[in-house]
Ligand binder design. Structure first.
Ligand SMILES: Nc1ncnc2c1ncn2[C@@H]1O[C@H](COP(=O)(O)OP(=O)(O)O)[C@@H](O)[C@H]1O
Ligand SMILES: Cc1cn([C@H]2C[C@H](O)[C@@H](COP(=O)(O)OP(=O)(O)O)O2)c(=O)[nH]c1=O
Length: 209
């Protein structure tokens, strides 16, 4: 059950690297602002000074999957307390580039880390707070890799092989099965316009736009 989050609306954007999330956050922000909402755009790991410091460690420093998960949830705790929850209390629309579904997909399915431990951390850190809507940009790993092309200095995730992202995609599918109400699957293999249309449809059908 979702915890009440004021009058705000919490929308998360999920998918493997290169699926097209960033391209649609900006459009969604503009549409919500035009509808008269205060819009807070943010990202994970990150969104506060402390969480951005933790992000840089997670993306660049070698560590095991438990350390990685703890740092990500520590960043999330700060982000929720400092930015997300106050914005939702004010009635803002919070658009977050990645959230806890990424942790289940990347650390849980990608790295094979214990899903039960992640569930405990989720409960501990979020105390029931969940996104109202999660837009999952679903794109085959092969297509995402083609869109991204070679990255000059890949981080610890970008340097993973295609098989890793295939596992991550399975993780998203599993999360959608677990939370069918808040998830909207977007077919991200279509043109940017067709993807934007699906995003708008997903938000309209939930009364958000
Ligand atoms: N529907 C699409 N069709 C073709 N290319 C796309 C599409 N959506 C995004 N792209 C391109 O793919 C790359 C990755 O998109 P981006 O939005 O940065 O993905 P993400 O934020 O999920 O990593 C960018 O170069 C972007 O211009
Ligand atoms: C939020 C989150 C991100 N990540 C990873 C996925 C991404 O590869 C990376 C950073 O996300 P992202 O901001 O999408 O990367 P970029 O700015 O390069 O497009 O962090 C996790 O592994 N677990 C998490 O819980």
């Amino acid at each position: 059950m979702n915890k009440p989050t004021g009058h705000g609306i919490f929308i998360t954007f999920e998918g493997i690297d290169g699926a097209g999330k960033s391209s649609h956050i900006e459009r969604t922000a503009q549409a919500l602002a035009a509808a008269g909402r205060e819009v807070v755009r943010t990202r994970e790991p990150g969104g506060t000074a402390l969480a951005e410091t933790l992000r840089s460690l997670v993306l660049n420093d070698p560590m095991d999957a438990l350390t990685e998960s703890l740092l990500i949830f520590a960043a999330r705790r700060d982000h929720l307390a400092q930015v997300i929850l106050p914005a939702l209390q004010r009635g803002a629309a919070v658009l977050c580039d990645r959230f806890t579904d990424s942790t289940f997909a990347y650390q849980g399915y990608g790295r094979g880390f214990d899903l039960e431990v992640l569930q405990h951390l989720e409960q501990w850190v979020q105390q029931g707070t969940q996104p109202d809507v999660t837009l999952w940009f679903d794109l085959p790993a092969e297509q995402a890799a083609k869109r991204l092309g070679p990255v000059r200095v890949p981080d610890r995730f970008e340097s993973e092989p295609q098989g890793f992202f295939e596992l991550v995609a399975k993780g998203y599918a599993a999360r959608m099965q677990q939370f069918p109400q808040r998830f909207a699957r977007i077919d991200a293999s279509l043109s940017i316009e067709a993807v934007a249309e699906q995003v708008q449809q997903a938000l309209c059908s939930r009364g958000i736009l």
